[in-house]
Design a protein around this ligand. Structure first.
Ligand code: GTQ
Length: 338
């Protein structure tokens, strides 16, 4: 044993280390996520979000966001080991100035009508439940010309981009980017089950950047009324890039699901840790045996490979996002229904 300890010390000076001492940590038998199951109650954190609006302007903050930090990942500013999430506030009259970065971002609107986001030369007005994307390296700024505070959930692939040391960011020379196309242009061009005869769209990310809640919600309701029902997930759909049928963004998979009143879902698990946000309704998520009760705008996180059991006491809609597209692309994804 002493021989070994002495050997380890001597080789460490040459920046070497014996694999046999760390093999189980490097290649565990199954996922051992640092990410912990957790729920943030919107009622409890909303006062802090509004208080942040009295402490700092959107302009000074650049992005006035309270980051949802996972207790298993202290000082990381991360919600899972692969994803960042936070709650962003824009007060009436404010602008979050234009910038771009290699990280991809999504927004899921929680409250407030009438704020806009501009992405890549086009504006869209945001309504509660709308799902909006900001693909990698697209200019984006947000503004609130309404009379009420607007709050949304942000999701970014910060740690995925950091894994590759591929971070770039740039400030736009002015507060707001130049608008190049009329509002609704992308929707007409790409979201009408048609596409322009000649076009150049070179990104992997979807050319649609606002997926309105009214449209997605109506699709789920129609399918449920017609009998679509998964025993574990209710009626769950994923948002797509209409040009490819692939994910809306290459690194973050996004979903919307409808659970009928009285739903008691079968336990299921997958290797993609997921962030859920309740759009409407109420119910519970039992994660690895621990129960979390959720209601409107609450956010909860399900770590990789932990059993999730969803139930709903009222008809409910859950938005969720995860790193699923990356795991699929790398042949890593595993999932099962118990
Ligand atoms: O809205 O551009 O929560 O750049 C974190 C970084 C939001 C944004 C965040 C960002 C943004």
């Amino acid at each position: 044993m002493n021989d070994r300890a002495d050997f380890y010390t001597r080789i460490s000076e040459c920046k070497l280390r014996p694999l046999w001492e760390v093999l189980d940590d490097l290649i565990p038998d199954e996922p051992k996520p640092k990410t912990q199951a957790m729920l943030w109650r919107y009622d409890a954190i909303r006062p802090f979000i509004l208080e942040s609006g009295r402490l700092i302007t959107a302009q000074e903050a650049v992005r006035r966001v309270l980051v949802l930090e996972n207790p298993g990942l202290p000082d990381s500013s991360l919600i899972t080991s692969a994803l960042y999430s936070g709650l962003q506030l824009i007060l009436p009259g404010e602008i979050a100035s234009s910038h771009r970065h290699s990280q991809s971002a999504l927004r899921f609107i929680l409250e407030g009508e009438g704020a806009y986001t501009a992405v890549d030369g086009e504006r869209t007005i945001m309504h509660p439940g709308d799902f909006i994307i900001t693909p990698s390296w697209t200019w984006h700024d947000h503004g609130n010309e309404s009379q009420e505070p607007v709050v949304w959930l942000d999701g970014l692939d910060v740690p995925i981009v950091a894994l590759f040391d591929a971070q770039f960011a740039e400030r736009y020379p002015e507060q707001m980017q130049q608008i190049a196309r009329a509002e609704g242009d992308s929707e007409a061009r790409w979201a009408s089950n048609m596409q322009p005869l000649t076009h150049e769209h070179r990104r992997r990310a979807s050319p649609i950047f606002n997926y309105p809640y009214v449209t997605s919600r109506a699709a789920l309701a129609k399918l449920m009324a017609d009998g679509m029902m998964d025993a574990a997930r209710g009626v769950k759909m994923r948002y797509i890039n209409p040009l490819t049928g692939g994910w809306a963004m290459p690194t973050i998979g996004t979903f919307l699901q409808l659970l009928p009143k009285g739903f008691a879902g079968r336990p299921h698990r997958a290797t993609d840790a997921a962030v859920y946000c309740c759009a409407e309704g109420e119910g519970s998520a039992t994660i690895a045996g621990k129960r979390f009760d959720w209601g409107p705008h609450d956010v909860f996180v399900v770590p990789s490979w932990q059993m999730l059991e969803l139930s709903a006491s009222a008809e409910s809609v859950l938005f969720s996002f995860s790193d699923r597209p990356v795991q699929e692309a790398l042949d890593l994804l595993r999932e099962e229904v118990a």
